[in-house]
Design a protein around this ligand. Structure first.
Ligand SMILES: *[C@@H]1O[C@H](CO)[C@@H](O)[C@H](O)[C@H]1NC(C)=O
Ligand SMILES: *[C@@H]1O[C@H](CO)[C@@H](O)[C@H](O)[C@H]1NC(C)=O
Ligand SMILES: *[C@@H]1O[C@H](CO)[C@@H](O)[C@H](O)[C@H]1NC(C)=O
Length: 138
């Protein structure tokens, strides 16, 4: 109930601001995140968690994906982090696979967030065809 009244208050507050204020609640509140192993010679071990959930460790062979659905709304600011490691290596890469920024600006159009772990780093896309390199392993 508190959240409900806060939301009403927030809407009221935003509409009481200058009429030129353009403000945007994205109409995409449900997402699917995919993390794909695209390493040529290694299995990938992935362990993701949010503030409230531990999605446990999974080992992926080449071409496999780990995928999960989650909700996001103006009242709920879900973030998901994953520890990713090449099988047999003790270096852990830590990536934010889902944040409010990614949800609103990148994944909203397709409601999908794709990550691909490759030999040279991590690629991101909101579909599985167009990719941009985002991070290195080290
Ligand atoms: C991720 O790695 C960090 C640093 O090694 C560790 O503190 C944290 O507990 C790990 N989280 C998970 C979910 O494995
Ligand atoms: C997958 O891996 C290959 C070989 O390293 C690389 O050329 C390609 O860009 C990678 N694709 C993605 C989406 O990560
Ligand atoms: C790419 O995504 C489409 C639909 O989102 C799916 O049908 C297809 O199997 C995916 N391809 C790969 C290689 O994951």
């Amino acid at each position: 109930m508190n959240r409900f009244f806060f939301f009403i208050f927030l809407i009221g507050f935003l509409f009481s601001q200058t009429p030129t204020l353009s403000f945007h609640i994205p109409f995409c509140w449900s997402f699917q995140v995919h993390i794909i192993n695209n390493l040529t010679h290694n299995n990938l071990v992935i362990h993701c968690h949010s503030e409230s959930d531990d999605l446990r460790a999974h080992e992926l062979r080449w071409g496999d994906e780990f995928t999960f659905k989650l909700g996001q709304s103006p009242l709920k600011n879900t973030c998901v982090w994953c520890n990713v490691t090449k099988f047999g290596s003790n270096h852990i890469a830590s990536i934010n696979v889902f944040t409010k920024g990614l949800a609103d600006h990148q994944c909203c159009k397709t409601k999908q967030c794709y990550w691909s772990a490759s030999d040279d780093g991590f690629y991101f896309g909101n579909n599985n065809k167009t990719w941009t390199k985002r991070l290195d392993w080290y």
